[in-house]
Design a protein. Sequence first.
Length: 395
Amino acid sequence: MKNIPEFSVSEITSLTKNILEENFERIRVRGEVSKIKESKGHLYFSLKDENFLLNAICWSSSVPFLQIFPEEGMEVVAEGKITTYAKSSISSYQIKVDQIELQGEGAILKLIEQRKKKLQAEGYFNEEHKKPIPFIPDKIGIITSPTGAVIMDIINRVKHRYPTHLLIYPISVQGNKSAGEIIEGINFFNKNIEVNTIIIARGGGGAEDLLSFNDEGVVKAAFASKIPIISAIGHETDFTLLDFVADYRASTPTAAAEKAVPEKSNLIEKIQGLKKQLISNFSLLLQEKDKSIYQLVKFLDIKNLKNFIKDKKDKIKLIDKSLLNVLKSKFKYLDLNLNSVFSRLSSLDTNKILKRGFSIVRDLNSNIVYKKNNINKNDDVVIELSDGKIKAKIT
């Protein structure tokens, strides 16, 4: 047993550190990013597969140079050096990362699809949030690389169609800084300079090249923009998450310029057509009014006016005569009815009834005796005849 080497804890830790760091001076490790956090500019995360987990760190000095900024669940290949460290007097090892790549285009497309489903479920792509693109803008903000064919295509197309003021916010169109610069550009135009439309553009590229335009932060910044955004990323077949949240998706940067401004020659043609139509309509209106004025003047001619008054007088006389005849007929009808009523009332006169041989019997209180039951024997009564009254006693 005495032949077995003996080491102190510090010695074995130092030996392990030397073996690991000398034999794995530069390596690439494939795995899924998890437990990512940021502190004082440094990135701490883990790389895991189905069996094991490896701690990783990217110092703040290396973060700006990362090709890809790591995110939870992202499948990557991390390049760096194995180092050891002691935490609470416990020795451990990790990979010190200075570069990160996505693990193939399939992993990129999978990541983008996951983001798309998440953002779509949260309502970022809903049509009701889309803002209309202004027809004739005073100023257009362009977020793109300040060099290359894209910006020249947009400038030339705008200049040819409808020259207007263009403001360029320069960005890196790929790399780990790109997404942050796009967000800064959107916020810059929303807070500092009044523009009517924002165009975000870049040329074509692979899935990895367009990754910054699929960034979740970029999507949310575009959604929050009060200024309408036109996206023009890549070629006609290229789609990014920015395209889905933008207020209008153009197939190319040139198409974006065509959407942003109208065709000046078409506008002039339409204005000329409207001018001719307005003149024609106004001419017809004047002709109609001229005819109306002529008819009015003709009507107001003294001779015509006299004829008009005479015609109205004749009509009034005719109406007056008709009304008088109606009233006469009505009065005659009423007179006949009144005579009939008077005749019937006259026949009911008491004196005339008494003269026909009738009499009226009253008690001493002048009440008429209608029935024999209304009076008793030996009662005094007054009998009214046509020529006077007599007293009598009931026997």
